[in-house]
Design a protein around this ligand. Structure first.
Ligand code: SAM
Ligand code: SF4
Length: 352
């Protein structure tokens, strides 16, 4: 499979112009942004090898982490500019004691076109106990990460013996009103690539959609190796041994491509960020836990909201920063370019 070409053309007349001062949050390539990923912490209850080092991680200073009111302020302005989905992530968002309050405040926001949706990506540890309160607060959708359902592998991969807690969280989510439930796994050679079909069956048994993610160069240890990553085509090949796969059309701007299994209602998704990038339809922007706006997972520059938030800046200053951040977005992530530079932050500190 060859990579999907990025069909964006930078408008020469706009490239060096200032970001527009009104209208939706648009970049120089015409991509309108509707999705803000908010990282609530860089800390985590697991230590997945592809995301964090086992030891020696440099944590963000506690006082630098944005508080509930600061997050709400940025989100309110983003919503007024058309951001309609807020995805809470991290690190592990369930480690935030004020998570219910964050969700409650964000879910009350409105875009010019209507209400916002609150989604969360989580490892599900502690979710079973907390889920009813999160739903009451306004949580609308859940993605749960589970790379293996084998206890010994789980301990090796996450360096923590917590598979039981994750499974309890998945069970609670599958019995809740939050649909569609999505389960995410990073496919890894020699780690879980013999378990992909079992994961799909596990998801089906829990009324969820399994989605496989190609491993990206975002680990804090900088150990990613292209030659070892499991590709979209290899994932599909492995699944085709158990099911007949039919591509589901109409992906829109979604990161995952989907396939129907044996013509049934069940589907599987693949997020092929490396071998089939979907940057051309990207509508996502990110806020790190320490108040940096990032226009791409792989960006090497950030836009610092802290002096505005903590230095008496106005809402107009925040809007201006959001507009400039998105305006400066590059056409694609360039992982496949020889000059690609992995961002200094690991995935846990960016917010996946
Ligand atoms: N702790 C939560 C979780 O694991 O779902 C939320 C944060 S985590 C950084 C968000 C997602 O990023 C997870 O699905 C995780 O598997 C994925 N991820 C982390 N590092 C990755 C990498 N190097 N390549 C691809 N996906 C990665
Ligand atoms: Fe934690 Fe999620 Fe990173 Fe795993 S992928 S270490 S659960 S932040």
């Amino acid at each position: 499979m060859t990579a999907v070409p990025i069909v964006l053309a930078e408008r020469a007349d706009l490239a060096f112009a200032d970001a527009p001062g009104s209208g939706p949050l648009v970049d120089r390539f015409g991509r309108v942004h509707r999705d803000l990923r908010i990282s609530l912490t860089d800390r985590c209850s697991l230590r997945c090898t592809y995301c964090m080092p086992e030891q020696g991680n440099e944590w963000l200073a506690r006082q630098s982490i944005l508080g509930t009111v600061e997050i709400e302020r940025v989100a309110r302005i983003a919503a007024s500019l058309g951001i309609s989905t807020f995805r809470l992530t991290g690190g592990e968002p369930l480690l935030r004691r004020d998570l219910e309050e964050v969700i409650g405040r964000l879910s009350a926001l409105e875009t010019p076109d209507g209400p916002v949706e609150i989604a969360m990506t989580t490892n599900a540890i502690g979710l079973d106990e907390r889920l009813p309160r999160l739903i009451d607060a306004g949580l609308g959708r859940l993605n749960i990460s589970v790379d293996t359902i084998r206890a010994d592998r789980f301990s090796d991969l996450t360096r923590r013996d917590r598979l039981g807690d994750v499974l309890a969280g998945i069970r609670a989510a599958s019995e809740s009103a939050l649909t569609p439930l999505k389960l995410n796994a990073v496919a890894m050679r020699g780690v879980n690539d013999d378990e992909l079909a079992d994961l799909v069956q596990f998801a089906i048994d829990h009324g969820a959609q399994m989605r496989f993610i190609e491993q990206m160069p975002l680990d804090a240890g900088h150990t990613w190796d292209r030659a070892r990553m499991v590709t979209r085509d290899e994932i599909l090949e492995a699944l085709a041994e158990r099911w007949e796969l039919t591509a589901v059309p109409g992906r829109g701007g979604a990161p995952a491509e989907s396939w129907r299994l044996d013509g049934s209602a069940h589907t599987v998704g693949v997020i092929a960020s490396v071998t089939a990038p979907f940057c051309g339809a990207c509508d996502r922007v990110r806020l790190t836990a320490d108040g940096q706006m990032r226009n791409c997972l792989f960006s090497n520059s950030e836009f610092d909201l802290v002096p505005i938030l903590r230095g008496g800046g106005s809402d107009a200053d925040i809007e201006d920063l959001l507009r400039r951040c998105i305006w400066k977005k590059l056409p694609g992530h360039a992982i496949n370019d020889p000059s690609f530079l992995q961002p200094a932050r690991g995935m846990n500190a960016i917010g996946g």
